[in-house]
Design a protein around this ligand. Structure first.
Ligand code: AMP
Length: 606
């Protein structure tokens, strides 16, 4: 087994690697480092994601850089700003014991003047995104005439993102004599084309099989439908008490929606996508790396190549459009020797795509059942108990309060005390998941289910009025609002039938609703009104064909004017809930926007 010194790296680099805890080279490093040091031939490297490819191309460059020459000698192109920053930071760490070696990272959305000043001071290594790199070349702030190494990292993604012209431009600005190093985790046709067009007789090295995923990742799938997708997502987060995850979405809009819903439901989450300013993106990434945020909801592009160690899960909220991207997503976990889980939420139609992914990753997906409320409660409870056991007691500080505390709790037995304490922390979770639906029973929550609600936190009421009484969704909402049930009550699905109807009300206001209708004794067009809680949320022979929108996506609900399951909404209706799922969480209670379950989860800080 070789050491970094054996591969030809000098002591200052070795020392920096030891500081970072790199004990021995990875396979790709073992192959790439001596090759790049000993030869000027171009190189095409297939490296599984998370195997140390950044060090594989950076270390031999750092080794050979002439640090007494201030000219730019290496240019490293990467598709995203986050990845460029990450590579730049890695190079700074690797070269910290090499005096005068400077690296500057350039990317769009950030102050260009500052980057120009950095370049003027002299940077032997420049890491950049294609667009900003070209911009700086055009402004003559970045001169690539002395470049000896050009690295194209994640070249396929740069092409996918439409950077072909920029790549041509950078290539044009570099001398013929340079060595081109192309590192990629996957090798679709487009990348082969780059290799053909931009490289001369490249040496090919590989670490593991091409396109194969990391061995440390377990792949799991859950079958959901559009109405249970978000609820299933929350349950997966809830059952994994220490989750630290990236949730991948296909579009910026989907990303923002999922993040908004999670935030409203009290999860420590945030979004990362291209519509955010660079400052916002940096801030989100900073918080995620520090684990202030436990769940990052991201687009493929924004989170491509991100190196965040210790991620417990990657969750595919929806599968990527291009199957190859699954590998990039799942490769965010199971890094640097850690184990990770890549989860996919699929509906019945999408299930077939799993087979194609299995062929690429050469691994089988495990079928998983969406956790039940009971399983979640059990996990959360045990987590709470473990936390209590691990809590350190600061005797000195609490000593003076103890006598009065003991006195107050004197009449409670040990068992009572434990029960009360657990209930204090746990009641919210228990009541949320109490009687919660089995989300694996898709037949009962099919998208096309008739007259059924799948909303765990809603109570379904029967009302003795129907179409024959000229009742429609708008007049029913008006009638409910007139009863002044409480300050803010959510009205859920409405089913108007011929002689009677159904409507849903936030479960927490069951009693208030019955009381309000009971004491007001309203009439509707001269008919006295009766309401009752229906026994079950299922059945009831509703006339609704479907309810649009998933388990918790705002802006997609239909309102008024049709018979497809209306949400209680009316122009300027203050009782309408602000966002779906807002009250659907054990982490939140009305009027307590910051309520946290306290189950090992950090509160959202800002
Ligand atoms: P990369 O594939 O470059 O994104 O690297 C994946 C992760 O592995 C990063 O967190 C690196 O810091 C880490 N890493 C890279 N090389 C080594 C090594 N030789 N020993 C330990 N960790 C490493």
């Amino acid at each position: 087994m070789s050491t970094f010194l054996d591969l030809g790296l000098k002591e200052p680099i070795n020392k920096a690697l030891t500081d970072l805890g790199y004990e021995k080279p990875t396979v790709i490093q073992e192959k790439a480092i001596p090759q790049i040091i000993s030869s000027t031939a171009d190189l095409k490297a297939f490296a599984q994601t998370g195997t140390g490819k950044t060090a594989a191309f950076s270390l031999p460059i750092i080794e050979q850089i002439n640090s007494s020459d201030k000219n730019t000698q290496a240019i490293i192109l990467s598709p995203t700003r986050e990845l460029a920053v990450q590579i730049g930071n890695n190079i700074k760490e690797f070269s910290k014991y090499i005096p005068d070696l400077k690296v500057v990272t350039v990317y769009g959305g950030s102050n260009i003047e500052e980057q120009i000043r950095g370049l003027k001071r002299g940077a032997q290594i420049v890491v950049g995104t294609p667009g900003r790199t070209v911009d700086l070349i055009n402004r003559r702030a970045l001169k690539l005439g002395n470049v000896k190494w050009l690295v194209l990292d994640e070249a396929d993604e740069m092409l996918n993102m439409g950077f072909k012209d920029e790549l041509d431009k950078v290539l044009d600005a570099t001398p013929e004599t340079k060595q081109t190093l192309l590192f990629s985790a996957t090798f679709p046709r487009e990348v082969e084309a780059i290799a053909r067009n931009y490289m001369t007789n490249p040496v090919e090295i590989t670490s593991g099989e091409k396109n194969q995923g990391s061995d440390n990742v377990t792949h799991q799938y859950y079958v959901v439908n559009e109405r249970t997708r978000y609820q299933a997502l929350k349950r997966i987060a809830d059952v994994n008490t220490d989750i630290y995850a990236i949730i991948f979405c296909r579009t910026r809009r989907e990303t923002q929606e999922v993040a908004n819903n999670l935030i409203k439901d009290g999860y420590s989450a945030d979004a990362l996508h291209g519509d955010l300013s660079q400052q916002q993106r940096d801030s989100v990434m900073g918080k995620f790396r520090k684990k202030t945020i436990q769940i990052l909801v991201a687009t493929d592009v924004a989170a491509r190549g991100l190196d965040v160690t210790e991620l417990t899960h990657v969750i595919n909220h929806k599968l990527p459009d291009q199957i190859e991207n699954y590998n990039h997503r799942s490769g965010r976990t199971g890094r640097a020797g850690n184990k990770g889980i890549s989860v996919v939420l699929v509906n019945n139609k999408e299930k077939g795509r799993l087979r194609s992914i299995e062929r690429i990753i050469k691994k089988k997906f495990e079928a998983k059942k969406v956790p039940t409320g009971k399983e979640i409660c059990q996990n959360q409870l045990m987590h709470l108990i473990e936390k209590v056991k691990a809590t350190e007691v600061n005797n000195e500080q609490i000593e003076e309060f103890l006598p009065s505390i003991y006195e107050k709790l004197e009449e409670l037995t040990r068992e009572e005390l434990i029960q009360k304490f657990v209930s204090l922390e746990f009641n919210k979770f228990l009541s949320y998941y109490n009687k919660s639906a089995d989300l694996n029973d898709l037949s009962s929550s099919r998208d096309s289910s008739r007259g059924r609600s799948n909303d765990e936190n809603m109570t379904r009421f029967f009302i003795n009025l129907g179409r024959k009484d000229s009742l429609n969704p708008a007049s029913l909402i008006g009638l409910i609002n007139d009863q002044k049930i409480a300050d803010k009550v959510e009205i859920g699905a409405i089913d108007i039938l011929d002689t009677f109807s159904f409507f849903e009300i936030d479960k927490n206001f069951e009693k208030e609703t019955l009381d309000a209708f009971g004491s007001n004794d309203p009439d509707f067009n001269g008919r006295s009104v009766n309401i009752e809680i229906t026994k079950s949320n299922r059945g009831g022979g509703g006339g609704r064909r479907s309810r649009s929108g998933g388990g918790g996506f705002s802006g997609k609900r239909r309102s008024g004017g049709n018979d497809r399951g209306h949400r209680g909404s009316r122009g300027g209706d203050s009782r309408r809930r602000s966002s779906d799922g807002g009250s659907n969480s054990p982490r939140r209670s009305s009027g307590d926007s910051n309520a946290s379950s306290g189950f090992g989860r950090k509160r959202k800080r800002d």
